[in-house]
Design a protein. Structure first.
Lengths: 349, 349
DNA sequence: GTGAAAGCGCTAACAT
DNA sequence: ATGTTAGCGCTTTCAC
């Protein structure tokens, strides 16, 4: 038996079948743990497969089964700490369940998001995990998926649609807590730096901010709302705007840490003391928040876990374990992490 | 012509062929820009394809062509700023060339790296882009790829092998420059915080450090070398070790920013002044470096660009544009970014 | 418990 | 320039 082909030809189930004097069908069954296959035969098949260096041809299999074991992921940008954590979580789960991830970036534009969706559609992903771009208005570009019944799960930046599940944290409540905290620290004129209001995450955070104010009898002042793209540069610009406010605000709640940190630094540079003059709260618990001085109070946003949950939910649905059609929203735990940037009553180190 | 099937059946080239009264082969050619196809026919095919909502079946195509248009990427971890930037660059290039990326994390272990490689091999990626795990000793787990002639390109953490191209920066020179800079600033006892010496990046940086010392007539002292895993925690531990040194060092060159920053902060907390008592240089130009006070002098490491170059090189090779078999190493530009943490002669703000 | 046979959708010789 | 044909490797009815 000199079958150890050192050459480059691929071993197929036919080769195994021939070698074992059985049919390809049985080999296929053996390799796929089909119940109706003799234990002995199965063992023989497995051994021979290993010996011959067989590897299953995913394409042939996919072609037959009409399933790809591939999950599409579309995110605004890959290069933020939060997104990396999310993807990392997804990869972990997908990998351990035999799924592959293919990843696309929308670069915050609806156009690229649509193009990416089309690519994913053409590569026939089994399901889609999406966090929406900054300027996406509708989800028409996903209708191919919905029409075909391909599951579509949103995370973080979600879209409310009866046919899609969303995985989020309670942004409203988190923002309310953040704002409450600032108020408790004595802040009365709190600036809120927010993002595009099309996106639930920013709209909900603004909502929570407003609710906290009114709940504690403070008046909402739209002049204190700064809508930006939440970039580092936007933080610097926001600082400029804040400095020109009269009277000076005594608190800032920013919808993300990168922006909060650059704003904080710019204000410090301008001689404003944090938290004494202005107390700060950010959002995300980015590593930056533990480096800036004073350390930034922020909302811990479990990115890795969100990635795991999103991927696991999708995979469970695909495997028929759990049906997500009845699940509208999954809410993950988040919590306020209090650090020096917001502590005013003697607590700061 | 009532062919606008609202149903769920997939449209194939046969359907298009039937509708147009031509052969499936011609349809295939038309859709693939085959030169020998009438312009008119081609246009007709394209229109009909669009009208009928045709989408190409990648599996059938892959099965035939034995090419997957998929690139495997294996990285130690997804959740660092540097890696995110790399992946982001790869995605951009891959996407615009019609390639998909599938991504695996080794979580810094050779075992998971091997498992990931196996998965990629089984999904028949056209090529592999790899940055090695912390403890990988050899590349036996990639030999399947080499045997089959599947191109394997290393980036950042490379392995010197005649059959693989590596994409790096000149770590030796960058480290030499960093060390020179510290010496110019008057430092004479410079600690170097490094990583596992199996990895070129850390070994080369140590090499550059040593070379700079000897070049300027300073003696190398192995007590000043701290080998760590370069994590945030390791930075804190390194700070502890540094504080106990007698005499106290006057400079620290760390092989990555996250570690440098946490070390710097821990030393500051202990009452040591940076840069006055100890000057600091990091590596990577992580966003953290612009937030820590004083801002960290560091080596700008073009992650996004490295991702682009790696992906483009691989794709060019796959497309036959460029053959990488003769290319051993591609070196990207990097440069020292001087900030407050290392400036001692009155320059600091 | 196993085999025979058809076909998933596409592409590439080879013919015309 | 287009058509014919075979087959990529697998799974799955339907037989037995």
């Amino acid at each position: 038996m000199e079958l150890l082909s050192t050459g480059s030809k691929e071993v197929t189930i036919y080769d195994i079948a021939r070698e074992l004097n059985i049919s390809p069908a049985t080999v296929s069954r053996g390799l796929n743990d089909h119940p109706a296959v003799n234990k002995e035969t199965k063992k023989k098949i497995e051994n021979m497969a290993k010996e011959m260096g067989y590897r299953s041809n995913t394409f042939a299999s996919n072609l037959r089964r009409q399933r790809t074991h591939t999950i599409g992921v579309i995110v605004p940008r890959l290069n933020s700490y939060f997104m990396s954590a999310v993807i990392s979580g997804m990869e972990k789960v997908a990998n351990s369940s035999g799924f592959n991830l293919i990843i696309g970036q929308s670069l915050e534009t609806a156009t690229k998001e649509a193009a990416s969706a089309q690519t994913m559609f053409n590569s026939r992903v089994d399901g889609l995990l999406v966090s929406l771009a900054y300027d996406t208005d509708n989800i028409d570009h996903f209708k191919d998926f919905l029409k075909k019944g391909i599951p579509l799960i949103f995370f973080d930046r979600v879209f409310n649609h009866s046919q899609c599940t969303g995985i989020i944290i309670d942004n409203f409540k988190a923002a309310q807590e953040a704002t409450n905290h600032l108020i408790e620290q004595g802040c009365r004129r709190i600036v809120h730096v927010t993002g595009n209001q099309k996106r639930n995450v920013y709209a909900d955070r603004l909502g929570g901010y407003k609710y906290a104010l009114s709940n504690l009898g403070l008046e909402f002042n739209s002049n204190l709302i700064i809508e930006t793209d939440l970039s580092v540069e936007a933080g610097v610009a926001a600082a400029d705007q804040i400095r020109r406010m009269n009277p000076l605000p005594d608190g800032v709640f920013a919808a993300n840490d990168a922006c909060a940190v650059s704003c904080l630094l710019a204000l410090k540079q301008a001689g404003i003391s944090v938290p004494h003059d202005i107390a700060f709260v950010g959002f995300n618990n980015d590593p930056l928040s533990k480096v800036v001085e004073p350390n930034l109070t922020t909302v811990n946003y479990p990115g890795h876990e969100m990635g795991e949950v999103a991927a696991q939910t999708l995979i469970n649905h695909l495997n028929g374990t759990v049906n997500i059609n009845n699940t509208n929203t999954i809410i993950l735990r988040s919590e306020l992490v209090i650090r020096g940037s917001s502590i005013r009553n003697g607590g700061a180190k």
